[in-house]
Design a protein around this ligand. Structure first.
Ligand code: NAD
Ligand code: TDX
Length: 344
């Protein structure tokens, strides 16, 4: 049975990925490795750690920038594969300060690659983002990001993720490390940290607060339900060709205004009373859209969940898990919220 190191397993997508594999009894031992930054939350894995058994899932607290800690976890658990989610992931925080993004997303990826190379892993999957491709014009709907689109990152976050992708690619060409790179569009679903658009708006409304819409609200994202992303990652890890890049997307382009409307309608809130247009994000990418033809053609993956239903499931999850997000929206979060939104 392979042993899969899951970096960033206590975050949004990493914890959904672990949940999916444990739920399906996939034949793999999972080593969840996470620094537990502000975005990492052991509550996301608690029930799984209690029920799965140590032969299926273990948790190790550690920093991917710490070569000794990473090396130890490989040796202790006889790691054979890596799926690398760990990252600083919020664009707005990268604008407030890019240092932690370079440290974790670039240096951390380099450390992980070096250990993976030294230990001779069978697979190394770099979980990447469509933001590395930059932005698309809104008046040319036929234009989408393909795997051939040149990298043109516009935020410190996407620049750090592009640098990481380039390092991963270089370890394939120089050292023949069997790497795979995915680039996915915006995810939504349970356990999404409430600094990102959808969980922020849903929880603000539940708290009776306004929702801050950037600029004219007409920026476009391609939204994908998190479990669809996790299924795509599992397909790439098991069936992908080393050295290749796979785009993953929902074929589901929606403006932020439309997303806001859908959330308000579902939650019975009024636009004029609830929406506050605020100063735009600096360097705000106008439109993302993924061409996911390659992963469909080569690996047979396509999204299963329809946005209209999955957004309702997601909102209901936040209604049912108030204790989860209320615990997060305190302390450090309040300081960040004040810095990010005060005076906008
Ligand atoms: P997240 O911020 O929810 O989780 C990141 C996790 O990484 C946290 O648990 C955090 O504690 C951990 N972490 C951070 N720095 C670490 C370090 N130095 N060492 C060990 N662990 C560390 O992020 P997410 O939304 O789950 O994103 C996961 C990955 O997927 C990221 O690489 C992100 O770039 C990528 N991605 C995200 C989306 C999206 O829509 N959320 C879309 C495409 C790609
Ligand atoms: O308060 C807000 N108001 C607002 O209008 C926030 C937080 C966001 N927005 C807008 C900005 C974007 O156009 O909503 C859109 C989505 O914003 P985010 O949720 O911050 O996501 P985005 O910047 O698109 O990046 C996300 O998708 C790609 C993830 O955070 C990244 O980790 C991933 O790589």
């Amino acid at each position: 049975m392979p042993t899969l190191l899951v970096t960033g397993a206590a975050g949004f997508i990493g914890s959904n990925f672990v949940r999916m594999l444990i739920g399906r009894c996939e034949p793999v031992k999972l080593v969840a490795f996470d620094k537990l930054t502000y975005a990492g939350n052991l509550a996301n894995l608690k029930d799984l750690l209690e029920s799965a058994g140590k032969d299926r899932l273990v948790f190790v607290k550690g920093d991917i920038c710490d070569a000794d800690a990473v090396s130890r976890v490989f040796d202790e658990h006889k790691v054979t594969q890596v799926i690398h989610f760990a990252a600083e992931s919020h664009v707005d925080r990268s604008i407030l300060g890019s240092g932690p993004f370079i440290q974790t997303n670039v240096v951390g990826t380099q450390v992980l690659l070096d250990v993976a190379k030294a230990k001779g892993v069978e697979r190394f999957l770099q979980v990447g983002t469509d933001e590395v491709y930059g932005t698309l014009p809104e008046d040319k709907p036929e234009e989408k990001f393909t795997e051939q689109t040149p990298l043109a990152p516009n935020s410190p976050y996407s620049a750090s993720k592009a640098a990481a992708d380039c390092l991963v690619r270089s370890y394939f060409h120089t050292f023949h490390l069997p790497v795979l790179i995915t680039r996915c569009s915006n995810n939504y679903g349970p356990y999404h940290f409430p600094e990102k658009l959808i969980p922020l708006f849903v929880t603000n409304l539940m708290e009776g607060k306004k929702v801050p819409l950037y600029g004219d609200g007409l920026n476009v994202r391609d939204w994908l339900y998190v479990e669809d992303h996790c299924e795509a990652l599992w397909a790439v890890l098991n069936k992908g060709t080393p050295g290749e890049v796979y785009n993953i997307g929902g074929n589901n382009e929606i403006t932020n205004r439309k997303i806001t409307e859908v959330i308000l309608t579902e939650m019975g809130a009024d636009w004029d009373k609830s929406v506050q247009y605020v100063k735009d994000r600096p360097g705000h990418d106008r439109r993302y859209a993924i061409d996911a033809a390659k992963i469909k053609r080569e690996l047979g993956w396509e999204p299963k969940r329809r946005f209209e239903e999955a957004i309702k499931t997601t909102i209901q999850w936040y209604r049912d898990h108030e204790h989860w997000w209320r615990a997060i929206k305190s302390g450090e979060y309040l300081k960040y919220y004040e810095t990010q939104y005060a005076g906008r």
